[in-house]
Ligand binder design. Sequence first.
Ligand code: FAD
Length: 298
Amino acid sequence: MKISELLKQNKLSLSFEVFPPKLESAFDSVKTATEEIAKLKPSFMSVTYGAGGGTSKYTLEIAKNIKEMYEVPTLAHLTCVSSTRKTVSEKIEAIKEAGITNIMALRGDIPSDMLDADRSGWDYRYAIDLVKELKESDPDLCIGGACYPEVHPESATQKEDIIHLKEKVDAGCDFLTTQMFFDNNLLYNFLYKIREAGITVPVIPGIMPITNANQVERAIKLSGSFMPQRFKSIVDKFGSDPAAMKQAGIAYATDQIIDLYANGITNVHVYSMNKPDVAMKIQSNLSDILGKEIPTWQ
Ligand code: FAD
């Protein structure tokens, strides 16, 4: 099922993200973890492409398995920046052959040794190049794009970032998923600005449950996200007690999700990081909320 169609259902829902293993030796354990998450029957699951510690090699295999075994709609991520047209078009064909109709079109991070390189001859410079190619290859594909409530680190200003986001959406994105954030006001402010800029596609907020203190530094480095004092206090107090930190991190993420639902968001994407226990706990925290119909005026 297309994610753009799912998002039209007026029901509060969760989707989960998983990442493929780095090494073949970890394939079975990652596959089992993703299956445990799929059994929770989220609205959809996304499978990253070479991010979060995984590689791109198994993205399709994991996505196909979830879709076929558990009938959960899947979103296969695809990056383009370090690839050739030939490799990308082979990947697109393989995704389509697997019956996956939802693709997250990403640029990918520029390798650190190429940040200053002349990019004029590259096959892909920005995600928009991939979005256009996907739409041309099959107008019926449902295409997602990434967006950044706290501005992409390469953009000098939010205005500039939103101008390029609008170009990407106009090229064919059917929905957007956000980078993680820990203060919902940043998301509301961002939504206001992009709507004003004429971006009307659905935006799925991405929430990362921080379940151990080490994750905090990594998350900030990866996303540049602002950590509210309320969250810092939790880490200060419980960071050295793994069980308490996990419980507090899940409670914080649950609280963010409830606030998003209360403010008109229908689907929240949880960066569940191959942790079925975390996905399960968040889902059970919301057991009387998920599936609720929302009034159409929202
Ligand atoms: P783009 O949309 O191309 O934007 C990148 C930067 O270029 C922005 O600053 C933008 O404003 C700017 N820009 C765009 N067009 C122009 C233009 N014409 N001229 C000048 N500047 C321009 N990475 C992975 O490797 N694998 C994954 O699976 C993955 N999944 C992700 C999922 C989500 C929801 C998010 C938010 C990120 C994900 N990433 C993933 C990370 C992503 O690849 C990086 O953040 C990357 O640096 C940017 O990708 P993008 O698709 O947002 O790029």
